[in-house]
Design a protein around this ligand. Structure first.
Ligand code: FES
Length: 159
């Protein structure tokens, strides 16, 4: 039995302790917003927040995060959309959209650490691979979300 908290819910997983977190989330918890891209730690599609760090969930076993607090894209915001989600919609960031949950989770971790990141800080933190190449738009959206979180800008829902 491996215990940790996912999106504020304590969960006991009756899985092999060597199970990658990605598969516990997707298969056991049906949290399919976390994506399987490469399975080798390169693409970032599987990134979730583990105790405040952006973690590639394909690369960590559930045993390694016993007792941790995990947030997935489904738990990023409960009552209303997160500023990153609003900014990504407003800037039409997603193209195919497959990589976006991992990008948003990595960006959310970045914005908690640095509410006003410059382009270089974003490029250093967001190493996710996007086959559609939406990198310029996502940099703008992350900076806009930072401004919204600081109360300097309002992003209309569904803009
Ligand atoms: Fe985990 Fe690509 S699926 S880094």
């Amino acid at each position: 039995m491996t215990r940790f908290t996912v999106n504020n819910q304590p969960i006991e997983y009756k899985l092999d302790p060597a199970t990658p977190l990605l598969w516990a989330l997707r298969d056991a918890s049906n949290l399919t917003g976390t994506k399987y891209g490469c399975g080798t730690g390169h693409c970032g599609a599987c990134i979730v927040d583990v105790d405040g760090a952006a973690v590639k969930s394909c690369m960590v076993t559930i045993a390694a995060i016993e007792g941790s607090f995990v947030t997935t894209i489904e738990g990023l915001s409960r009552e209303r959309a997160h500023p990153l989600q609003l900014a990504f919609i407003a800037a039409n960031v997603p193209q195919c959209g497959f990589c976006i949950p991992g990008v948003i989770m990595a960006a959310a971790v970045l914005l908690k650490r640095d509410g006003n990141p410059g382009e270089d800080a974003i490029k250093a933190a967001i190493t996710n691979i996007c086959r559609c190449g939406v990198y310029p738009r996502l940099i703008d959206a992350i900076q806009r979300a930072g401004r919204a979180a600081r109360g300097e800008e309002t992003i209309p829902a569904g803009a």
